[in-house]
Design a protein around this ligand. Sequence first.
Ligand code: WT7
Length: 658
Amino acid sequence: MSAPEPAPSALSMSPIPLIEGAAIDGMAAYRALVDEARRDPEAFWARLAREHLDWKQPFTRTLDSSHAPFFKWFDDGLLNASYNCLDRHLENGGASRTAIVFEADGGELTTLTYGELHARVCRVANALRARGVRRGDRVMIYLPMSIEGVVAMQACARIGAPHSVVFGGFSAKSLHERMADVGACVLITADEQVRGGRHLPLKTIADEALAMGCGDTVHTVIVYRRTGGAIPWHAGRDVWLHELEATQSATCEPEWVDAEHPLFILYTSGSTGTPKGVQHSTGGYLLWAALTMKWTFDIRASDVFWCTADIGWITGHSYICYGPTAAGATQMIFEGVPTWPNAGRFWQMIERHKVSIFYTAPTAIRSLMKAAQADPDVHPARYDLGSLRLLGTVGEPINPEAWRWFAAQVGGGRCPVLDTFWQTETGGHMIAPLPGVTPLVPGSCTLPLPGIEAAIVDETGRDVPDGHGGLLVIKRPWPSMLRTVWGNPARYRAGYFPEELGGKLYLAGDGAIRDSESGYFTITGRVDDVLNVSGHRMGTAEIESALAAHPQVAEAAVVGRPDATTGEAIVAFVVLKGPCPLDGDAQRVADELRTWIGREIGPIAKPREIRFGEAMPKTRSGKIVRRLLRSVAKGEAIEQDTSTVENPAVIAQFSKAA
Ligand code: WT7
């Protein structure tokens, strides 16, 4: 967990130029919305839902709290997400507006208008229906960053089939577990994905996942041909996406679903157990995706919006697939990685496509800053970034140094940096500055958006005074909140509305501190056993059980260590069944364990460091002393009290990484 930044003070705030005609065009307008939401939350949300979404049948009920914390929003209204993202933009010349500019790993471009995107979505939606997919059936998506990824998601939305996207960096086993949990009937994947000049198999991994036992439920595998590379093929089950599209009509009547109908299920890591399927609704989720595009990003017809996230994460759902399209915006989608062919790729793309709003992760900023400092050729100053007007960050705390570099070197001192705090569970931005309105403080996500009742409480759920750290909670339900954990309502209730806090507060899982003068929030990092590595969320328990499943491993403990580039790095402490390995042997076993984790979870979960010892440091009651392991991982001298540790001598063994 990174050290808390000092709370922002009014003095360090930088004023920014007012943006003419923004959706929220000044502090007074912001305050007015906050007040409107406080006075009558239901009327506030109802007004916004009527103004920002097209309804087939208007809702008459705004919020149903009768089964709290299982809230329902706009639940007797009927709508379709894909209709709201596509069809409603097609009139008055809208069909010829550019929806997506796709840049492939190698730089090739594909441009799609709203009319073309609509036609492709309809064809795929018809194809899914032709393969028997009906409203409520789940479709798994395991695709690279592509137009096809967005088309597949929107096609599912069109026929009311909730999708579940799995990031391409997850292993066959992870894909299998998610596919089995969600009970998918169709899998949409690609032959290969291309990143950084390398071809990576997706279909082969997907087949491995299916062979692990989803063969009964998954009757169809749709394959997008990205590279034409050789892949295994199961006749009857496997079908090419382009062949399906060619046989289908370019129009498709949307499935009108009630607002509570699940739009998607996205798996994310928690502090315990297996990943949980975060279930989002159609109406409430889409409202917030559309609205935050306007409020936070001030999206305009003249903008070129670029969010660098992957569709496998919530950021790619809300700010690639749904938000920009719901707003009728033009966006960039990028297949590759920021460092290939060199670390100037992002800047080159901003110049090439005249990107005006650029939304990325602190980890990317830190690594590109390092690269630019080492090599002037990949410095943003080498590129014309004059098209930029807004910058945003998401996924992890941003350190003031990286924030300032981003603002000055990329934003040229003209562009507000919007540090947006939110989570898979919240559906969209929760605490974020408004461009041109909120004075900025590097390292602070500033103020909650109107309607979001964020607060900081202690372990018993009582408000803590400003300036004191505590647990970040949300006090009132909001439309885009998760509805449940798929198949596990008990886990939803216990995990997000814990009894210890009184059962009514949404617990984010992050620590935060609020400045007494400005009211600004600063997020201090997770308070549970969830790590944030390069903005990717990982449960320590998940990595530990994967390690423990290795035949040679007796026991494993995983902690995070602060890292200047990736935020946190994974450090694993391992006790083998045999003797503690020495030097070269330790290296070999560590490599083997890393490969193992790559297969059990995915390359993104591979520990940076693995340390071996003869036993875990434990208390007399047998609990692993994690605070000691965290210190050891940081390389700190152990000055803490070890009197409660039964076997303090083992700590020294762990002092060296393999
Ligand atoms: C966790 C959620 C939100 C989309 C990407 C991550 C951390 C997220 C910030 C921020 C500090 C942040 C939190 C949060 N986080 N944004 N602006 N400042 N921390 O979604 O995988 O659900 O992870 O990411 O720890 O709980 P996620």
